[in-house]
Design a protein around this ligand. Structure first.
Ligand SMILES: [Zn+2]
Ligand SMILES: [Zn+2]
Length: 352
């Protein structure tokens, strides 16, 4: 009977984990998909799988250790159970692609983050720290994925090409197709000693802070793209891009209309009639003195040029439009009422 321990190249007291690791390694090396030109590969692969079937099962392993004869026919019930075995160990019934060329997965993914700005920040630009969770470069291995600096060795499965040839049966007979090597994910190389922190990926999950210069004049719904500031790439590969979707909080005083600002200026009834000067607040701080001419009506608009929002990527600014709100007093003293009646009399205004 075959020496299963020798087949898997493990000690007789090997743990289940050691046996599983040994099988994973040997299955990759002897899988027929990885050895399309070697007619003995399938037989070797079956030997390895048979040894694993027995040694991974405590009950069967005990019987095997006692020297009992096991019926090899019970090992694989057709290809289905071999597929199940592969799936349980590799997460896929084939460890080498599915026949379709898969895109390389090394590049980091793009990340989208919503950034909320005040109207002031949108109008005049701001430097913002944007914080989000994503894949970061693993520090202990500096993203290389390699634990001891031993670096990479050529992948034994594909011989360094990153692709394996696979025979597929079709109505035309056996066709050779090229598929991405699963063992190295198409890299052509594998790590001699993977980093213990990241398991050889070169990336780890964490919080990332990116300083972003938001230009003056951005609008809600604008999207800023920061190339390679997204998710870190696997093993030092290019990072994904960072997309910032801008949201702008409503402002208590100013409304925005493109690059113009709209707000209102409250003027007393008498001041509107006689004309006055008013200091109005500006979005960028401070105040600006405007002249309200005599006879200004409620709802009239005063334009203040150049006090609006900076036009994106220019130094020009839109305007500020002030809608006049004439305040009519609601509580009059006896003296005021008397004066207003005299005022109306003087103007020939009639009362009921
Ligand atoms: Zn490979
Ligand atoms: Zn690492």
């Amino acid at each position: 009977m075959a020496d299963y321990y020798r087949t898997l190249d493990v000690e007789r007291d090997a743990s289940r984990d050691e046996i599983k690791r040994a099988f994973r390694r040997l299955a990759r090396e002897s899988h027929p998909d990885a050895n399309p030109d070697d007619p003995t590969a399938e037989a070797r692969f079956r030997e390895v799988a048979e040894a694993y079937e027995v040694l991974s099962d405590p009950e069967r392993r005990a019987r095997y250790d006692r020297g009992e004869t096991l019926d090899p026919g019970s090992f694989f019930h057709g290809t289905g159970s071999l597929d199940d075995l592969m799936r349980s160990v590799f997460g896929s019934s084939s460890i080498f692609g599915t026949g379709t060329r898969e895109p390389r997965v090394n590049r980091g993914r793009d990340v989208r983050v919503e950034v909320v700005l005040t109207l002031e920040e949108a109008a005049f630009g701001v430097e913002k720290a944007v914080v989000f969770r994503t894949a970061l470069t693993c520090e202990p291995c500096a993203g290389s994925g390699s634990g001891d600096g031993a670096g990479l060795r050529a992948c034994r499965i594909c011989g360094g090409s990153g692709q394996v040839r696979m025979a597929r049966r079709s109505v035309f007979g056996s066709l050779m197709t090229l598929t991405t090597c699963r063992a190295c994910r198409g890299d052509g190389s594998v790590l001699a000693d993977p980093c213990a922190t990241c398991g050889g990926e070169g990336i780890r999950e964490g919080e990332k802070t990116v300083q972003v210069d938001i230009p003056a004049g951005v609008e809600a719904g604008n999207r800023l793209r920061l190339p390679t500031r997204g998710e870190a790439g696997r093993r030092g590969a290019l990072a994904g891009d960072l997309y910032l979707d801008l949201v702008i909080d409503p402002h208590p005083v100013f409304e925005r209309d493109g690059n113009d600002l709209i707000s209102e200026v409250k003027v007393g009834m008498v001041a509107a009639a006689l004309g006055t000067a008013v200091d109005v607040p500006l979005l960028d701080g401070g105040t600006h003195r405007i002249r309200v001419s005599a006879g200004s009506q409620h709802g009239e608009v005063i334009r203040v040029p150049g006090k609006g929002i900076t036009r994106l990527r220019t130094s020009r600014r839109g305007d500020l439009f002030l809608r006049i709100k004439v305040i009519v007093p609601t509580r009059l003293s006896r003296a005021q009422r008397k004066l207003l009646r005299q005022f109306a009399d003087a103007g020939g205004e009639e009362f009921p």
